[in-house]
Design a protein around this ligand. Sequence first.
Ligand code: CMX
Length: 139
Amino acid sequence: AVTMVDHVGIAVPNLDAAIDFHVGTLGGVLVHREINEEQGVEEAMISFGASGGTQIQLLAALTPESAIAKFISRSGPGLQQLALRVPNIDDAMATIRASGLRLLYEQARRGTANSRINFVHPKDTGGVLLELVEPASTL
Ligand code: CMX
């Protein structure tokens, strides 16, 4: 079962400008930043209030082929995904498959901070790209 909303992902054209807004104006804390070549993104995680809460993930495209570049060219910058935390992604993937919904990857891939991730196709979820996240360590 899903344990919490892990993060909400926003597609941004300029990562530094988006960090400035979320930290400088909204009062968030930049807790993590990395490049994920496989996903074609440079990303930043922003935390608010007490640690351990839902974060905002700022996603900038590394290449014109990345999912984020395609999203921005189609829809403009904005909410791109909702990420749900699960204790075991293999179990979660089995549940999704058994429900007849489409997962984007056969096997879980590497996400933020060595988490394991997969996605449910937005056409099977009511229009929301759902990410499943198993954190690297139990939080
Ligand atoms: N949210 C909701 N709907 C979306 C969507 C999104 N983020 N992205 C695409 N769609 C919709 C499109 O609008 C399109 O709808 P219509 O057919 O009605 O026009 C439909 O889904 C299919 O679009 P598509 O052209 O076939 O597919 P895309 O090439 O746009 O790819 C997707 C869509 C979800 C397969 C692709 O974005 C993907 O593989 N995403 C997963 C990986 C990812 O997002 N990585 C970046 C984040 C990395 C991280 O979180 O760590």
